[in-house]
Design a protein. Sequence first.
Length: 255
Amino acid sequence: MALGDFKMTIRSFPIAQALYVKYCKKHNAQALNEIYIQEDDFGAQAEMFIMQSMDDEKSHMRDSFLSSAAEAYRKGRKDLYASMCEETLKLFRYQREIEDTLNAKNQFQRKSLHETFKLLLERKEYKLAEKFKNDFKMSDKRYFLLKIQHWAEIGDWIELEKFSKSKKGNTNYAAYVDVCLQHEKKSEALKYLPKVTELSKIKYYAKAGCYEEAANIAFAQKDVQGLQYVQSKCLGRPTLSEVISGMIAQLENKR
């Protein structure tokens, strides 16, 4: 029986066809692709190409496999998946180009978008990182957080402060407090606490261990719940806790 006739005949026997597909997955990718084309199973065809793109022995064909996967998804009207394949292909090509530019063989390939951006920051390629952010449409929020985390991780508090004063860096001062405290730099965190939004000041002053200031802010805002929150954080300081109880009593008496 000719192979074409065999493939048409086996369609009438689901179990046999499933076994044949299983065999082809391991031993005959071309035959498997032909089955998927025959059945108009574009999703499975795309998944096969993606799996092949992940095979290190076929790395020289990775671009081709991803292009084929995107095309199959388009045929199956799965445009979102097709776009994801195209973005991945774009990233792979960029990584190869940047490795050539920076003489950094095998340092960028197979890394995620997030990892690629972080690696550019670690290498202090800030202009390239900025271009990368724009080319890959990274959100401003994600860019902002990765940037301040980078400055904190390398302990460059001067650059962190400079960034906080730039147009792109003055959007969320609470995040600066967070990264400073994560690296046990309370003295740096204190620079940003006054700039935190009014709604967050009680929480962040308390988070930095500035309980008296947090209590005073809560009292000025006439926020009983805020005072109770601060009081719950300073149980080891009975004198301050007593002062806060007095503040709470004053506010409640005015109601």
